[in-house]
Ligand binder design. Structure first.
Ligand SMILES: [Ca+2]
Ligand SMILES: [Ca+2]
Length: 175
């Protein structure tokens, strides 16, 4: 009678110890996620130059950038009737420290039609640029020949309605 009862007790107490150990482990994981620091990612569009006829009406295009950082899209002002320029548009977004997805698009605003995506990616049938910024180490991932913040990133489209673009990534670390 005593042996099975003792085994049961041992099993139960082991389960209890395991449960007790599990709870602090889970709590620690949640605490890390909640106390995670925020950093500011800024994309600065230094220069663009359209390389062919962009506007449907035949005039000079009305170019603007749309930058999506960590799922939040923001638009730059519109450079009206300009085939190129050095606007230094800055788009900033606060994100949790770590890896954040970034998308850079260049568009031509039209009054009557939806904005036209300008090709700034040499890859066929892909007009925008997607990459990852690691704010912890200030690294840029997913673009060839680019790896660090502050580096000039130059890209050129190859399809109809294309442009050159120069931009930079910077990160301001939160406290
Ligand atoms: Ca237009
Ligand atoms: Ca392309």
């Amino acid at each position: 009678m005593t042996r099975p009862s003792s085994t049961m007790t041992k099993r139960r107490s082991f389960a209890t110890i395991a449960a007790v150990l599990m709870v602090p482990a889970l709590a620690a994981t949640v605490a890390v996620a909640q106390s995670g620091k925020m950093d500011e990612v800024t994309i600065t569009v230094n220069r663009y130059k359209t390389l062919d006829k962009i506007d449907v009406g035949g005039g000079a295009p009305d170019i603007f950038a749309r930058v999506t950082i960590g799922g939040t899209a923001q638009k730059s002002p519109v450079a009206k009737q300009q085939t190129g320029g050095k606007p230094d548009w800055k788009i900033t977004q606060s994100v949790p420290r770590g890896k954040t997805n970034v998308k850079v698009e260049l568009l031509d605003k039209d009054v009557l039609n939806p904005s036209d995506a300008i090709d700034i990616n040499r890859v066929d049938k892909k007009r925008d640029l997607d990459f990852v910024v690691d704010t912890a180490r200030c690294r840029v991932e997913g673009l060839s020949n680019v790896s660090s913040c502050g580096q000039r990133i130059s890209r050129t489209g190859a399809e109809n309605k294309k442009a050159e673009i120069d931009f930079r990534v910077s990160v301001k670390k939160g406290k």
